[in-house]
Design a protein around this ligand. Structure first.
Ligand SMILES: *[C@@H]1O[C@H](CO)[C@@H](O)[C@H](O)[C@H]1NC(C)=O
Ligand SMILES: *[C@@H]1O[C@H](CO)[C@@H](O)[C@H](O)[C@H]1NC(C)=O
Ligand SMILES: *[C@@H]1O[C@H](CO)[C@@H](O)[C@H](O)[C@H]1NC(C)=O
Ligand SMILES: *[C@@H]1O[C@H](CO)[C@@H](O)[C@H](O)[C@H]1NC(C)=O
Length: 675
């Protein structure tokens, strides 16, 4: 493939090899590994039959054709083919969703946190049908407006391969590709990793496991992600399922290719088999023996680190969980994330990342950034690597000038090495175990080493960041918890870390002023070091209920209700169903004993550590009665998650009996827990 490597002008080249990083939260385990030689698999001829005039009627809400995404790395073909066998850039494609851009008289909702305009996100709506019709939702009904795709004969690996140019040195094919993971010592890729150049390509790694039960909604979700992020971007992204092989003695998959492929057949729906990469925890043990921990709750990034090591043809690696959902075009959203991350400068990226950006309080992102700079008087808390003994050769920015002399030029226009979906916290600020249960968990150094975290453990990390973590863990075995891995290594190495201000709705919402107080600790000029210091991050155990529920969190009581409204609002209405009493058994709601403390925090101008915490150390159980909260609800969830009233959330819209959702990245959607 045509590599176009050095755009890393301001970077100091580190030692060779890689380290990796990052987050998750599920259930995996073990490790070992080696590599096979890549066998460049010849790309298959692309059999498109570009038929005109036979397309079934287009979806109902169609006031603008899907815009095909633009950026196309040089190694890619000018177009890709979708699952129905047609070019995906056909203006009448049935493979992409057609959103509604203008919902009669309804203003597009303003998120509690983050911003559509600042991120450059499309402001569109979709019904559940609009969202998932192209991917098979209700395809067996007479009213299905599209031609049915033959999912059983769709091979997503082959479709993604067809986006690639078939240059002979390509080792990137997915279809019929031999497994690359190998135990340490069993061979390597014969790659000189210091010579890897930029490819313009990004991997999306979906974390799953071999016993995962794929619901219909999971199928629609994965099909949507591949079609929108990989095919419609002309291959800028490539989707993989990184599958934890849940088998006590499953190390054989890394020694026997036939058994590996057999295990994939059992673990993954047929259409996704060629995009699946299977690993066994013995692979982690093999490579990270010195780390002496492979369980996902502690070391969820290890498999991604190994993935980046064995699949180094990508500049960036997204790690997403199966319960994340894009409620609109995933490719457009990821491209907007990418562009935002590149646009913002390196200086004060660590400070900005600590704040929960609330447009109603902070103004535009520019105003937000300028206010932080004003507090900092042009300086930066982090300027170059945060030095630690264990990272002697940082790979990131080592500026040769003072921060005050850089007028936000350094790093502006360069890809971010870490894109986070939640704020960046500093571990040493946690006072109590209950506020972050992993707070003292380290190996290989003392707890005085500066560490940083962002949860949940879904993020995008650059290849060089993942390689750097890999190298540290492999060679010296140091470790921090899953959620701290990517941010800590990124800052130790002097890399640009960016928190994406992606739209995140709290609902029912509370007083914005109080939310700003608990997330950020006050106004942007409150702290001389420019770093937010709110109770929500650092006194989580007593304040958690107050920031919830929201559409993006590591736990959320809101996400399933959003989906239930969205799906229900898409069904033909029958009077009986509409009038039926709500018969769902909820969780108990508990009396709220927290208002007093909350208001103390919300109204206080005192620094966080001066606010006395009279609560018990256990999680608060509260029914969500804050000053701006709604009345107690008849059904709820475990109280710390926040109760969700039965009404349609205010950021969704109902028109003529149909329910529309704005474009969001949502988590967690618990399909796998539903009956
Ligand atoms: C939305 O529709 C209204 C009424 O038809 C129209 O005035 C407005 O220009 C439309 N806006 C967009 C962005 O198309
Ligand atoms: C890898 O590439 C770097 C930079 O080109 C070079 O200095 C180094 O010697 C190479 N290593 C090997 C093992 O070829
Ligand atoms: C940042 O702050 C410095 C010092 O107050 C000031 O000179 C500079 O103009 C500011 N830059 C921006 C972009 O606000
Ligand atoms: C509630 O659900 C139960 C079990 O499905 C059913 O037996 C009962 O009749 C329902 N009650 C109402 C009021 O719908």
């Amino acid at each position: 493939m045509g590599y176009d490597f050095e755009r890393t002008m301001n970077y100091r080249q580190g030692r060779r090899g890689g380290r990796t990083t990052w987050t998750l939260a599920c259930c995996l385990t073990i490790f070992l590994g080696l590599l096979l030689l890549f066998q460049p698999t010849a790309l298959l001829p692309s059999p498109f039959h570009f038929k005109h005039g036979v397309a079934p009627p287009l979806p109902v809400y169609h006031d603008e054709p899907p815009r095909v995404l633009r950026t196309r790395p040089a190694s890619l073909k000018p177009f890709c083919v979708g699952p129905r066998g047609y070019r995906i850039d056909d203006p009448e494609t049935q493979d992409l969703p057609y959103p509604t851009y203008n919902l009669s008289g309804i203003d597009y909702p303003e998120p509690t946190y983050g911003s559509y305009t600042e991120l450059g996100l499309e402001q569109s709506w979709m019904t559940f049908s609009q969202r998932y019709h192209p991917y098979g939702y209700r395809e067996n009904e007479d009213s299905y407006p599209l031609s049915k795709a033959e999912w059983s004969s769709v091979n997503w690996g082959r479709l993604q391969d067809q986006c690639l140019d078939s240059s002979p040195d390509s080792f990137t094919a997915q279809a019929d590709a031999p497994p690359r993971f190998r135990f340490m010592g069993d061979g390597d890729l014969q790659l000189n990793r210091t010579e890897l150049k930029s490819t313009g390509r990004q991997a999306i790694v979906l974390r799953t496991w071999s016993t995962y039960k794929y619901t219909d909604e999971d199928l629609w979700n994965v099909r949507a992600l591949i079609t929108e992020a990989a095919l419609a971007t002309k291959g800028q992204y490539t989707v993989f399922l990184l599958v934890d092989f849940k088998h006590e003695t499953g190390s054989f998959i890394h020694e026997n290719d036939a058994l590996y492929h057999e295990a994939i057949r059992d673990a993954v729906p047929e259409e996704f088999r060629d995009i699946a990469v299977l690993f066994h925890s013995s692979l982690q043990v093999s490579w990270y023996e010195k780390v002496n921990e492979v369980r996902p709750i502690w070391q969820i990034m290890q498999p991604l680190q190994l993935f980046a090591y064995f699949y180094p043809e990508f500049d960036q690696y997204w790690q997403l969980e199966m319960d994340a959902r894009f409620t609109s075009n995933a490719g457009k959203m990821l491209q907007a994330f990418d562009q935002f991350g590149a646009k913002v400068p390196y200086k004060q990226s660590r400070e900005r990342a600590s704040w929960t950006y609330i447009p109603a309080v902070h103004g535009t992102y520019q105003e937000f950034s300028e206010a932080i700079n004003a507090t900092m008087e042009g300086k930066a808390t982090v300027w170059g690597p945060v030095p630690i003994h264990e990272v002697p050769n940082p790979i990131g920015y080592v500026p040769n000038m003072d921060a005050t002399d850089d007028n936000f030029k350094l790093g502006a226009g360069e890809p971010a090495d870490l894109l986070m979906l939640s704020p960046l916290f500093e571990v040493k600020r946690f006072k109590k175990y209950e506020d972050w249960v992993f707070k003292d968990w380290v190996l290989g150094f003392t707890t005085s080493v500066p560490r940083f975290l962002s949860a949940p453990a879904q993020a995008r990390a650059s290849r060089r960041l993942l390689h750097a973590i890999h190298e540290s863990q492999h060679e010296i075995g140091i470790r921090v918890p899953s959620e701290a891995t990517l941010p800590s290594w990124a800052l130790w190495h002097g890399l640009k870390v960016v928190q994406l201000p992606h739209p995140n709705f709290q609902w029912p919402t509370r007083s914005i002023r109080e939310l700003n107080m608990i997330h950020n600790g006050g106004k942007l000029d409150r702290f001389k070091d420019g770093i937010a210091n709110g109770a929500a991050p650092y006194m989580k155990s007593i304040i958690e209920f107050y920031e919830r529920p929201r559409t993006w969190e590591w736990q959320s009581s809101l996400v399933d209700p959003v989906f239930n409204h969205w799906i229900e609002g898409d069904k033909p209405k029958t009077p009986a169903a509409a009038d039926a009493p709500d018969n769902e058994t909820g969780y108990e709601t508990v009396e709220d004993s927290s208002d007093e403390l909350l208001h103390k925090i919300g109204d206080s101008d005192k620094p966080l550590h001066e606010i006395e915490d009279h609560s018990s150390t256990d999680r608060f159980t509260a029914n969500g009665k804050g000053s701006a909260s709604p009345q107690p609800q008849k059904r709820g969830r475990p109280a710390a998650l926040g109760d969700v009233p039965p009404e349609l959330p205010s950021f969704m819209a109902e028109v003529d009996g149909q329910v529309f959702c704005p474009g969001l990245l949502i988590h967690p959607r618990k399909t796998n827990q539903n009956p």
